[in-house]
Design a protein around this ligand. Sequence first.
Ligand code: G3I
Length: 321
Amino acid sequence: VTNLVEAANKANKRIGTALSHGVLSNNETDYIDIVKKEFNYVTPENIGKWGSIQNTSSDVWDYDALDSMIDFVEENDIAFKGHALVWHRQAPSFVNGDVTAEDLTILINAHIDATAARYSGQIYAWDVANEVMGDDANYRDSVFFEKLDKKYIADAFTRAHVADPETKLFYNDYSIDNINAKSDAVFTMVTELINAEVPIHGVGFQMHLDASNAPSTKQMTDNLQRFADLDLDVNISEIDVRLSALPWDQVTKLAIQQQVYHRAVNACMNVDRCDAVTVWGFTDKYSWIDGEFGPDDPLLYTADYQRKPAYFAIADAFMRI
Ligand code: G3I
């Protein structure tokens, strides 16, 4: 195949990347050319978050960056996922412990109404609620949960569906890539939402993986399948694979990283309802991993835009049928 889109098309799935508005606006040709050639699905890495849209006051919305990214994807025939309507990180500073429950509800509703309605009909999916489950498998103790209990989650989906009835609405989280206590808790939450007839259409599994202890294909498949069996779409929404904890030389590390990407895409291939694989960036030049975990090479291209073994793992797994 000549590119990842062609490979993904054979599998009838989308191949996505997180896109940096900063890099895109710097007109870095190598970066832009790869996005156009290799991906048919995009998630904005930061500019779709609530704090990026309302960073000064609750009366002011700034959609310039998001509008320009949506223009870019429309020009290039790339599908778009909004990310994320309700998230405890990168929220505006006025969403904090001082706000009353009533005011918080008004703020959330105004944000969802304005933002989801603005792009109605233009985007494929929204991450409506992001990371609401804590690592201890209890609801995350955020300002939202503290003030509104878990009801804010159902309300956000319902509100988003009214504002944009055509777009698929997703729940998105990390460390739920295999069957474990946290994914069990998300499974229970999603089941409750479905039983309450809340409009939820899918779950995104982030898969920020560490090559030194990543799950097996079967572990990931079994987990994706149980969510698909709820009549939901599922996908890999933010994959990257850290290699620095591996004890070997770089060539060996890259080979093991390739195997982990292969396992994950294979799991998606095993599940009919898995509609996409999105990589959280694509070049090791720009990854959130370096800032959070220290230097690493978690993505598909080197910092100077050469394809890595991981790139070929994705192409190969998509083409297994
Ligand atoms: O824009 C400011 C800049 O003005 C300032 O000088 C600089 C100094 O720290 O910070 C810049 O903001 C940073 C922002 O990225 C844009 O680059 C924030 O500090 C930094 O925290 C933020 O990190 C993002 C992170 O989400 C925030 O939670 C990462 O880029 C982004 O990759 C990451 O993505 C998340 C997904 O949305 C949800 N799932 C997990 C994933 C990884 O954490």
